[in-house]
Design a protein around this ligand. Structure first.
Ligand SMILES: Cc1cc2nc3c(=O)[nH]c(=O)nc-3n(C[C@H](O)[C@H](O)[C@H](O)COP(=O)(O)OP(=O)(O)OC[C@H]3O[C@@H](n4cnc5c(N)ncnc54)[C@H](O)[C@@H]3O)c2cc1C
Length: 142
C-alpha cells in the first residue's frame, strides 16, 4: 500500500465508499480508503435499504383515478423504471393525489413528467417543486 495519498478517506461504509467512488469517477486517482474493520461492517451492514444514499426523494402529484399510490409502485420515465414510490395517498386538503418517491437523480427536477403504475394502470405524475402544504389549513377534510 502507498505511504502517502492526496486524499485519505477514513471509513468504508456507504459514505466513505461513495466518496471514494465519486472521487475516482472525477479522475482523482491518488486517493485511498482506510477501513479499520471490514468494508460495510458498520451501520451500513444494518441498513436494508440505503436507498436515500443513491436516489433522490421527492414529492409527486399523480393523476390517479379511483386508486391512489400506496407505496412500492413503479415510477416510469419513458420506457425505463426510474424510481419507486415509498408512500402515497389522497391529499384531501389539497384536492390532489400525492406520492413520495425515490427516483434517479436525473429525474428529480420539478415539473419532470413521470408515470406511476397504480394497480396496473399507468397514470401521469409530475415532480413537485416542494412538498405540497396547506399551512392555513384552508381546505380541511370534513
Ligand atoms: C439497524 C439500522 C438500520 C438502518 N436501516 C437503514 C435503511 O433501511 N435505509 C437507510 O437509508 N439507512 C438505514 N440506516 C442508516 C444507515 O445505515 C447509515 O446512515 C449509514 O450506513 C451510515 O453510513 P456511514 O458510511 O456514514 O457509516 P458506517 O457504515 O458506520 O461506516 C463507518 C465505517 O468507518 C469505519 N471506521 C470507524 N472509525 C474508523 C477509523 N478510525 N479508521 C478506519 N475506519 C474507521 C467503521 O468500521 C465503519 O465501517 C440504518 C442504520 C441502522 C443502525
Amino acid at each position: 500500500m502507498t505511504g502517502t495519498a492526496r486524499v485519505v478517506v477514513i471509513g468504508g461504509g456507504i459514505m466513505g465508499a461513495s466518496v471514494l467512488y465519486h472521487l475516482a469517477r472525477a479522475g482523482w486517482a491518488d486517493a485511498v480508503l482506510l477501513e479499520c474493520g471490514e468494508l460495510a461492517s458498520g451501520s451500513t451492514w444494518h441498513a436494508a435499504g440505503n436507498t436515500a444514499q443513491f436516489n433522490t426523494s421527492l414529492n409527486l402529484s399523480a393523476d390517479a383515478l379511483d386508486a391512489d399510490c400506496w407505496g412500492n409502485e413503479a415510477v416510469w420515465a419513458g420506457d425505463r423504471i426510474g424510481g419507486i414510490t415509498t408512500s402515497g395517498g389522497y391529499g384531501h386538503c389539497l384536492g390532489q393525489s400525492l406520492a413520495v418517491a425515490y427516483v434517479d437523480a436525473d429525474l428529480a427536477t420539478a415539473g419532470t413528467p413521470l408515470v406511476v403504475e397504480v394497480l396496473g394502470e399507468r397514470r401521469p405524475a409530475r415532480v413537485l417543486a416542494e412538498p405540497p402544504f396547506d399551512p392555513e389549513n384552508l381546505r380541511p377534510r370534513c
